[in-house]
Design a protein around this ligand. Sequence first.
Ligand SMILES: Nc1ncnc2c1ncn2[C@@H]1O[C@H](COP(=O)(O)OP(=O)(O)OP(=O)(O)O)[C@@H](O)[C@H]1O
Ligand SMILES: [Mg+2]
Length: 327
Amino acid sequence: MPEKKSTAKKKITSFSLKKDYVDAIDTLAQKSNQTRTEIVESYLQNAINDINNINGKPMIITVMSFKGGVAKTTSAANLALCLGRRGKDVLIIDLDGQGSISQYLGVYDPRAEETCIADVMLNNARGERLGIADVVRDTKFEGVSIVPSSFKFSDADSRMRSEVAPGIDSRLQHAIEDLISVMHFDYIIIDCPPSLGLVVTNAITALDAGNANSLIVIPVRVDGFAIAGLSNTISTIESVAHERRTPVRKWRILRTIAETRSVAYKTGLKMIKDQFPSVDFFNTCIPKATSVVESTLAMEPLVEYDKESKPAEAYERFADEIEGLNG
Ligand SMILES: Nc1ncnc2c1ncn2[C@@H]1O[C@H](COP(=O)(O)OP(=O)(O)OP(=O)(O)O)[C@@H](O)[C@H]1O
Ligand SMILES: [Mg+2]
């Protein structure tokens, strides 16, 4: 019987380099005051980064609004799924202790026994935190991973305030910077809670870890009440920039749960344009539809639950716009 060829990869335990290469490494080592091993490791790391395209930074999209129930979570989840289905690597970060997006994507842990965003953002009793890479989980949706949340994160704002640690407003930014040096993502979408404390400040400063196209998406349910929540949200974006002496981060309004023919919508839109004349809107407007509420009850993102529905088609167009902004 002919001997079966092993298909297992052979582990290379030793190898020799051409003398020219060894000389070049030695010259570099002398010039940079590094050891031969350090030189070789840094070149290999660059090669690995090129292979994984890790050097290409993700577009970070922070979905935020002080106002509750304006479709932050619905928009973040459906955008992520649309991008994932187009072959993009997408990471969702659930910053809301309610864990709605984690539930929506089927990874919610009601007993909060598994690691989650709380372990990344809050110090444990020994003053330690995990890296995001230790907490990233796959979802059942193509291309979409998630850092879930749980009720362990519901008092995050007050716990972070009590820590009074330097750099506490950039914890998420630094955690993402560490993550993207080892894992590749095209898009990182951050779903915020309806508040304006340190958690949301972290979601704003986190944009600095992304590429130049990174931006804040403010979902607005356009009606007579929209303007108050919007003013607070924009003031927070501006005050974070002022405190950090950085330019104001780019933001754009996504009109959600829209009843474009109603008087409330028309009046609300006029109020927004009067108060913020240079405001940028996404062209896409997500219409109000019962299919969205049904998809929430079924705990299944709309673009999976009812692909043909008007809001699902609108989320596809929203994803087109996001891809367009990302070049
Ligand atoms: N286009 C829509 N048409 C009808 N209902 C919608 C639409 N989009 C979202 N909803 C419903 O509005 C409710 C709030 O949506 P969602 O949870 O996404 O808002 P949110 O801003 O994340 O809320 P929170 O501030 O509590 O985090 C949900 O019941 C959702 O199903
Ligand atoms: Mg939400």
